[in-house]
Design a protein around this ligand. Structure first.
Ligand code: CA
Length: 298
């Protein structure tokens, strides 16, 4: 097992987030929320690429062939990295100027889930939404503080969710056919000195890998007991998200942030905002579910 983080590419973001491994194209995507930039590194040409989106970009998920679905400041969009185009799908909360989209991910049935948060710290102002392949939107949760990490169990029966401001990881029964969630239970209550739970991913055993913002660590938890199994430390405090990638799905990619750090903290953490990789973790991830579009995106 390896648990030593290395710098993945020499580049820092203000707020790197939403790492997504694209196995078909052999690339890793991530976003810089604050700068509104989509980044990707192609293993085939061994180069980093980027596309300015023109507004804050919370998260992306794969569609196919260079296309992504994205949760931007004012709703859902599709992005074509080849044509370098950004096309609106549907506006959401565009009338609430103090909210923006944050973390998002596709469920095992190919629907895109993404949540919102207040950028001025207004409590419980966020919601969790689900976009299906017919571009219909459903509101799944209201009163969310800061919608963040999402994951589904390998048997697709459980949805894991993090509202960062609650310092909790909660579970729901997940109805894959309807995309409905019910029966909320608290699985993990984090202590404030552990940091703030942020993005997360799962491995092939169903264990949860959670990025701890201001905790400087990624931690692996048992998905049934909620017990801490492993904690990996980083030389930066603001760990935002993580995902498995690489040819064997055994490398862990980790996004981090500089945003909000003081001058002294930035001096102490020169690598803040980097994307890190831990190669050959000894664990295997589960592939990212793509967005399954029923209608043609114009
Ligand atoms: Ca996040």
């Amino acid at each position: 097992m390896n648990s030593i983080p290395e710098i993945f590419v020499a580049h820092t973001s203000e707020l790197a987030e939403s790492p997504v491994w694209d196995a078909d194209n052999n690339r890793i995507y991530w976003v810089d929320i604050e700068k509104g930039i989509l980044h990707w590194y192609n293993f085939s040409d061994q180069a980093k690429h980027e596309l300015a989106i023109g507004q804050k970009i919370g998260s992306v998920a794969l569609i196919a062939q260079n296309r992504l679905v994205a949760a931007l400041e004012n709703g859902f969009f599709s992005i074509d990295t080849l044509k370098k185009s950004v096309t609106p799908i549907i506006e959401i909360e565009s009338q609430i100027s103090t909210n923006r989209f944050n973390d998002g991910k596709c469920d095992p049935a190919g629907r895109f889930w993404a949540g919102t948060m207040s950028v001025i710290g207004k409590p419980n102002a966020g919601k969790l939404y689900m976009l299906d392949g017919n571009f219909r939107v459903m509101e799944l949760l209201r009163g969310v503080g800061c919608s963040n990490g999402m994951a589904w169990s390998p048997d697709h029966a459980t949805f894991y969710y993090i509202d960062s401001l609650s310092y909790q990881l909660v579970t729901y029964d997940f109805d894959m056919f309807l995309g409905a969630i019910s029966n909320q239970k608290i699985l993990i209550q984090f202590a404030p000195d552990e940091g703030i739970p942020d993005g997360m991913t799962t491995d092939s055993q169903g264990a949860l890998w959670i990025a701890m913002w201001d905790g400087g660590n990624v931690s692996r938890y048992d998905p049934v007991s909620g017990k801490l199994l492993l904690r990996i430390k980083f030389p930066v405090a603001r760990i935002s998200s993580c995902t498995f990638g690489g040819p064997e799905l055994s490398d862990l990619f980790i996004t981090t942030a500089r945003v909000g750090l003081s001058e002294q903290q930035l001096k102490d953490q020169p690598l803040a905002g980097s994307v890190f990789v831990i190669k050959n973790t000894g664990f295997t991830g589960s592939p990212a579910h793509p967005f399954l579009v029923s209608q043609r995106i114009v």
